[in-house]
Design a binder for this molecule. Sequence first.
Ligand code: MG
Length: 366
Amino acid sequence: MTGDTTTDTDENPEEFVTLAHGAGGGAMRSLLQDLVVPRFLGNGDGTEAMAASDGDGPAVDVGLPQLDDGAVHPVGEGGALVVTTDSHVVTPRFFPGGDIGRLAVAGTVNDLAVMGATEPTALTCSLVLEEGTPKKDVKRVIESMAATAVEAGTAISTGDTKVMGNGEVDGIVINTAGVAYVDREVTVSDAGLEPGDALIVSGEMGDHGIALLSAREGFDFTGDLESDVAPVNELVRSAMAAGTITAMKDPTRGGLANALNEMAEKADVGIDLDEQSIPLSGATASAGEVLGIDPLAVANEGKVVLGVDPDDAEAVLETIQACSGGETADIVGHATEEHAGRVVVDTGFGRRYLSEPEGEALPRIC
Ligand code: MG
């Protein structure tokens, strides 16, 4: 390898990365499926295998092709290692309800939790700092990370720090990875929905995305808008103890719309949603209208969507409602054999498809 940058002399816009590739929707999945996943699996474009999904590589229950919230590797007698990683670039670095440090820790804890790994062994913290960033900001972010890790019952046990020149990176970028050891059979994927399963949403939708955008635009006149950023692992642990969870996802980028479309597509089931039962705060709903942004299509950072065996749905719902952060949880719909791969919302006046958000309404949201 030399450090050479590949240049494309014909300047075809299709040959370049755009903000849409970071939006968590279809454009990002195409980028991963075209450029990343086949090469790491060793079957793309003549590239050498770096980690085979079968054969000599590590054993994988859930791996790259599944594009889930993390990976699951069976280890030892009936155990599994769950691993995830995320980079955080949110702006502003301090926002109503949280900051980039809390977001980084909660985001990683939550990706592990929705894989069924609710007791993270440890997290890593890699910082990329811009020359000239105030040390007091770094201190505040690190203290927030430490406090959030304690809240989630875990610790940050290794990391890395790099500094780039002024203008070469914007302020503070944080990468966190997380690891947890679990019983292999407790892991949950985002692909396990079956027709008839109830869909539970753990609380009000869209608060993070709407609060962020409102803060950027100076729109929050009443001060009611706050990000929901929080670890959900304790809530998920209680829910898993109360009934059979068939599928789980944290509705981050692209919001509930993105999470449900992915869950429907991966399980090849349809989803029927009842719009009236989707928890939504008044402040988020009205700010969404002012901003022209659908709260169902923007990020949540302290919520979870669960597919639940219909016989257990009421018990799981009551358990979630008794948890901190789950008070407004509700059953919002169910999986069906009809319209496989698609999400249909009953608005009370009629039915429409809830499609996956395309493009990038809100860059640097997490
Ligand atoms: Mg996730």
